[in-house]
Design a binder for this molecule. Sequence first.
Ligand SMILES: [Zn+2]
Length: 244
Amino acid sequence: MTQTDALLRLQEVDLELIRTKRAFAALPHQDKIRKIKQAAKSLTAELTKLVGARKDVQIDLDDNRATHQHMLDLVEEVSAKMRTTSDYRAIADLEAQLTHLAKRIERLDFEKAALDKNLVKLQQSEAKAHALGRKLQHEAQAQADAYKKASSDTEATLAKLTDERAQLLAQLDAHLLEKYEAASKRFDGLAVEKLVGNNPSICRVSLQPSSYADIRAQNTEITTCPYCHRMLIVVDPSYTAQNK
Ligand SMILES: [Zn+2]
C-alpha cells in the first residue's frame, strides 16, 4: 500500500470510527427502556389503587351477604311467631315487621347488584393492568436484548477499525502522520482531500493556473491545499503521467 493509499484509508477509517461512535450514542434503546420503566411505575401505582378498591368492594359484599342472611333469619323468626299466634294485634304487628324486613332485603339486593357490577369492572381493570404490565416487561426485555446486540456489534466494529488504524499508522511516514493528526483535529476528521482536475474534493475552490503549476512543480503526490490547507492528494491522471 502506498503512502497515499494509506493516508486516504486512514481518513476513511477515522471517519468510520466517528460515525460508529455517534450512531451508537444515538441508539434509542436506552431512552425507550427509561420510558417503559416510567410507565411500569405508574402502572404499579394504578394497580395498587385498583386492588385496594376491589378489596373494599369485596368487604362490602361480605357485609351485604351477612346482613342479608340476618334479615332472612329474622323473616324466618317472625314467620314462626305468626304461625303460633292468633292474636289479631300481634299478627298485625308481625306483618308490619315482615313488610319492613322485605324493604330492607330489597334495598340490600339493590346494593348487592351495584357492588357486583363494580366488582366486575374493577376485576376487568385489574386484569388489563396485569396484561399491560406483562407487555411492558416483554418490551423492556426486547429493548435490552437489542441494545446488548447493538453494543457487541459496535464493539466488534470499533475493534476491527482500531486494528486497521494501527496497521495504517505503522505504514505512514512520521511527518505525514503528524500533519494528518493536526489537520484531522482542525477539520473534524476531514483532513485529506483529493485534487480531481483542478478541483480539491472538499473545499472545492478551483485552483488558479499558477497554484496548479506550483503543485506540479513540487513533484509529489501529497501536498497542501493552498486554500483550505488540508492535505491534498494529487490524483490527476495527466499530472501523474507527466511526472512518470
Ligand atoms: Zn482545499
